[in-house]
Design a protein around this ligand. Sequence first.
Ligand code: IVH
Length: 711
Amino acid sequence: MAGTLRRNDARTQVRAPQRFSGTLKNTIGISPEFASGWIVNENRPLIGCDAFEYNARSVSSLSQQAETLREQLRHHEHSYYVLDAPEISDAEYDALLRKLKALEDAHPELLTPDSPTQRVGGRPREGFVKVKHSGAMLSLDNALNEKELRDFDRRVRDLLKGEEFQYVAELKLDGLSLAIHYNDGKFMQAITRGDGITGEDVTENARTIRSIPLKIDSASVEVRGEVVFARRAFDRLNEERAAAGQPVFANPRNAAAGSLRVLDPSITASRQLDFYAYFRIPELAKHSEAMKDMAGLGFKVNPTWRVCPDVEALFAFCSEWETKRDSLPYEIDGVVAKVDVIEQQQRLGWTAKAPRWAIAYKFPARQEQTVVEDIGVQVGRTGALTPVAFLKPVGVGGVTVSRATLHNEDEIERLGIRIGDTVLVERSGDVIPKVVRVVAEGRERRAFRMPKVCPVCGGEVVRAEGEAATRCINTNCPARLKESILHWSARGVMDIDGLGEALVDQLVDTGLVKNVTDLYGLKLEALVDLERMGKKSAEKLLANIDKSRRAPLPRLINGLGIPFVGERTALILAETFGDLDKIASANEEKLQKADEVGPKVAQSIRRFFDERHNRALVEQLRAEGFAFTYTITRKTGTLTGLTFVLTGTLPNLSRDDAKARIEAAGGKVTGSVSKKTHYVVAGEDAGTKLDKARELGIDVIDDARLLEMIG
Ligand code: IVH
């Protein structure tokens, strides 16, 4: 593995990991037997909590250690952001990163521009510098239907005079294109497409995108590809922006562009942008070879690409992805077909604006016109009243759409929508449908008025100065309560199986639950009286609720639903402060000491804990036995040194539970089966990972056996 080193020193010995305590500077200890470098077990990548040791006298040893850390971080970035198969937890990754940062802070001469610490985003800039592209970054001609794709194919065949050739079909990612230059294997410069001849230098922003490698095993190369914004992250970003009174992005493409073309790179760093490579300069003999080569260099290359021997195969690819496009985490708007052999591409050449050897087959837009019959409001977890357009039901790309989010009053104003208007609605994947624009004003149109009181509890609503969101300020509002209980029970938070929307509605409506802590006092007799609740499922639910008391602090913090504090920030807070009471009592300045916590987040945390009801909630959670402290520990136990892969549905354990138990016993859980895997734990409907395990002769066990091994 790229990130591990083996010391070929006879005195090599394995040392028990030590807890890293205090600051790096005051824990540097020199042990002569380790003076020649890192001791890293080949099978165990160095992780966050291993002892940080170095020979302070030897500068070369220090720079070697920094490089080892950088290598390890690069390896884990690649596993996580490119391969989607993390090998270590976020906490372990963050601990590694902090370790490197501390080393670089203490010894600035060790800092290199390709260091993973440089991804956090440097200082804002005055403006973007215009840069000429190495070669024109032209666009593609479009084929809008089957006939136009056949016309393209005929042109290619004619120009190649009946010679054999094949296509490569790829998804047309809906983002913005970027050219990245590497010199001597080092990330040097990133330029947006601009007008195709000249683009903007967005190097510092692109550096923050984790799927762009900062160092590659190749001399000088230019890689072009698409920067995209995942749909989920897009929805979340827009929700946050709407709640904070900022203008929302119209679509993931605009969000990607808006996030890359900002002067402050730390904004880019805070957005979940991704980069997919699809073009390499210099070219290789075939485009398909370039795709493999770029993947080998560590770029994310969309794995769906396929060699198509003829136009029929191209059609099959297009219709397959037109149907499956919703299953992708990001937006696509068509398929790109390229002649594979570069020499043939060169003979086909270019027109003034596009290559003759490629075409973009565009999927039909998923937009339809319909009438806004009414505008209502929905009350969210933070109390924000979100206007929702109730539409005359219309089929958009095979799905009936009857609602669309309007985000806030400012957005309604921007779109100029009135009830009765005919609007264009657009659906993309599982993104909430949205109104694109007004197509025709209604003959009788009526303006939307934000209600003066909360439509759910009748309580006071407030639109604070400078904010676009109107909020219900009653912390006991049932709508807020329902949303916050659903958030509490969600996956990745308390993970309470069986506590879904229908049940939460009943629990709140019957008054059984007035606060999340009431969940912990629920009785079997009360539950079985509810609709669709048998004794067995009630017992299971109570067991699941009870189990959630063991959730570690990051999940508890996430569960509190503090505005702007999601999973990642919750983890950072838990790791930085190690104690909920310390977070609750920290002032804004202190809170900002935590990575990625800026003034806005710090203010939100402070406001949350200053609120009387929230403090009471925290005390109730303490009384329910929740853990308020957190330490990152790498345990040694019965599974130390063993690597596991989980696949299928395990009958006795949830995935997260199995992972937590393996890690607690010193084992490691990775996402993909390789020769380094010791055991595959398989449950029902296990898929390709099981096949791979059999192919590699890896032991396959069930979760009962796993529990036995853990002891
Ligand atoms: S190839 C000369 N491949 O679509 C060929 N482009 O409409 C360069 N795009 O500007 C482009 N996915 O931003 C290519 N797999 C893909 C693509 C792709 C998305 C974008 C790209 C380009 C635009 C053309």
